[in-house]
Design a protein around this ligand. Structure first.
Ligand SMILES: O=C(O)c1ccc(O)c(O)c1
Ligand SMILES: [Mg+2]
Length: 591
């Protein structure tokens, strides 16, 4: 599998982009013309650098407004093209992308467009250059790959084929299955991009919001499956126009891009089975169905430990060699760590996921270029496998049975209300939110749920949950408004009877986050709950939600440093997070 990336995906100057692409292991790049024009290096220097870096220059793009024009205008097109063919010769390149006319087309006639592409191909052939014709989703007349293919077929020239771009096809809802009817030798190039589901004009969607495969909501494995079934064996090239990636570290973006292709190849191979050919597979990992532990770090974790005890956790002992203490409540395990770290404030530093088999899971993470975490272990201690996620939280692949004996704690008291970790909510920096979605999708096989937005007093909070098929692991990723980062990560503990748990916790001194009276008046109006239930909710500062699947009762603790806790009780098959209550929480927390 040859991998390629368009320079438009990365920030920086052309040379910087090339170093980043090479560093991330790409075989090739597409040169996006504005990058070359702005570069201080000559085409010969760029060519030599590519060769030194082991990159091939696979596509020069884009050449615009070539076809569907009147004869006078077409003379100018040939003139403009010839200058580009000369430039491509200096670069040592032989494939140019011609995108469907968006600006100057006046003739809506396939025969005319085909004739012009044929003449352009004749000229290209004299320079040893081939043309890949791409239907842009907003093309003036040609905005559908089936039409661009018909025109290429009519042009009937060995130097013209088509370029397929997943964005233009999937954003318009065009059926990609008919790609299989195109002869492989006529698919000259393949560009891949994902995108979030948005309802907006396709041009703005394409120029600002494209994502790497696995980060959005297009079905890229199915799409690539059709292209490979057609027999395409050229490079898989990423072409992602994205406002965030244009301003973040190109080396990191390029690695993220390479990770996305490795994930995509694996998913497509899975889908195609025998037909997949030489697509590289990743070691298989079944999504974890339980959290193993959460680690909280702080210069002083005592405030957190007081809260844990009030909630109902038992002290699970000190670690044999490390300065960490364990707290347990049912299958919920929290490790408190006083070792100095990035922030002195209490924060979630690590999350352990109970994966069925940690060796292949770790091998898979390594193949996906997840940075490994090294922690000192002593003789007789379990060397746990861990990787750093994009936001810096360490992700452990672990089983409590393997490490719990390293703590000197006693047995927890029996508790009919024993909790388990229901979800862990991690705040994401704005520049790595999409990368985090791909990280958890690819490394842990979690599935992204639809994005939600919640209004808080300081701005909108964007939230996307990554979850396992049976809902045992739920990982809401939150993007906070500007200036609110570094605040308010939390994890939720699910119990059987929250009313009993909160009443007991209050006896131990817990003060849940205060909920305003207006909220309970509204609950009565919305759900018509019985008076005594509303009185209990009000008394205990419990929040409530209900949908067709069941009910959700929950409450929050106050925030200590950067963390707070949530208690939840899911009734029946309720699968949400009380999103409607989030504005109330956010205002209370802003206090
Ligand atoms: O947005 C554009 O103009 C544009 C240019 C070249 C492409 O390959 C493409 O998909 C979009
Ligand atoms: Mg394209």
């Amino acid at each position: 599998m040859r991998t390629s990336i368009a320079t438009v995906c990365l920030s920086g100057g052309l040379v910087q982009k090339m170093y980043a692409a090479a560093e991330a292991g790409f075989d090739a790049i597409e040169i996006f013309e504005p990058d070359l024009i702005a570069a201080p290096q000559s085409p010969e220097e760029i060519r030599a650098l590519a060769s030194r870096l082991g990159l091939t220059l696979d596509l020069y793009q884009p050449f615009r407004d070539a076809e569907g024009v009147d004869e006078a205008a077409f003379g100018d097109v040939l003139h403009r093209a010839e200058a580009k063919f000369r430039l491509m010769q200096r670069l040592g390149m032989d494939l140019m992308l011609v995108c469907s006319n968006v600006g100057t087309a006046t003739v809506d006639d396939d025969e005319v467009s085909a004739g012009q592409l044929r003449r352009l191909s004749d000229l290209a052939a004299t320079y040893g250059i081939r043309l890949a014709y791409e239907a842009l989703a907003w093309g003036r007349f040609v905005d559908d790959y089936r039409r661009s293919w018909r025109i290429v077929e009519l042009a009937d020239h060995p130097n013209v084929g088509i370029c397929l771009d997943s964005f233009h096809i999937l954003s318009r809802g065009h059926d990609p299955k008919q790609i299989e009817d195109i002869p492989a030798e006529k698919i000259f190039f393949l560009q891949l991009a994902d995108a979030p589901a948005l309802s907006m004009d396709v041009l703005s969607w394409s120029r600002h919001h494209r994502l790497f495969p696995g980060e959005g909501s297009f079905d890229l494995p199915a799409f690539l499956g059709h292209v490979l079934r057609a027999g395409y064996d050229g490079p898989l090239s990423l072409e992602v126009f994205n406002d965030t990636f244009r301003q973040t570290d190109p080396v990191r973006t390029a690695r993220q891009a390479q990770r996305s292709l490795r994930w995509l190849a694996d998913r497509t191979a899975e889908l195609l089975g025998e037909e997949a050919g030489p697509l590289p597979r990743l070691p298989e990992v079944t999504a974890p169905e339980a959290f193993d532990f959460v680690e909280i770090k702080a210069a002083d974790t005592s405030g957190v430990e007081v809260l844990l005890e009030q909630l109902g956790f038992d002290f699970g002992g000190r670690h044999r060699s490390k300065q960490v203490r364990l707290w347990t409540w049912g299958s919920a395990r929290v490790v408190c760590n006083d070792v100095p770290s990035a922030s002195p404030e209490p924060h979630i530093a690590a999350v352990g996921f109970d994966v069925a088999d940690s060796d292949p899971a770790a091998e898979r993470a390594a193949r996906l270029m997840a940075p490994p975490v090294h922690r000192r272990t002593y003789a007789g201690e379990q060397a746990l496998r861990a990787f750093t996620s994009p936001d810096g939280t360490e992700v452990f692949l672990s089983h409590a049975e393997d490490w719990i004996g390293e703590f000197d704690g006693g047995v927890s008291r029996p508790d009919g209300n024993a909790a388990r970790i229901d979800h862990v909510n991690l705040v994401q920096p704005w520049h790595s939110f999409d990368e985090a979605v791909l990280f958890y999708t690819s490394v842990l096989s979690l599935t992204p749920q639809p994005t939600q937005e919640v209004a808080g007093p300081a701005g909108l909070v964007r939230s996307q949950v990554m979850s396992s098929p049976a809902g045992g692991v739920r990982l809401p990723l939150n993007l906070l408004p500007n200036g609110q980062q570094g605040q308010a990560q939390h994890f939720a503990l699910a119990c059987r009877d929250i009313i009993e748990v909160v009443a007991a916790a209050r006896e131990r001194g817990l003060r849940p986050l205060k909920v305003p009276g207006n909220y309970y008046d509204d609950l009565v109006a919305r759900f018509g709950l019985a008076d005594d239930l509303v009185a209990t909710l009000r008394d205990l500062d419990l929040l409530y939600d209900r949908d067709a699947d069941g009910e959700y009762l929950h409450c929050y603790t106050e925030t200590v440093g950067e963390v707070f806790f949530e208690l939840v009780e899911r009734r029946d098959r309720y699968d949400g997070y009380g999103a409607g209550n989030a504005p109330v929480r956010l205002v209370s927390q802003a206090g």
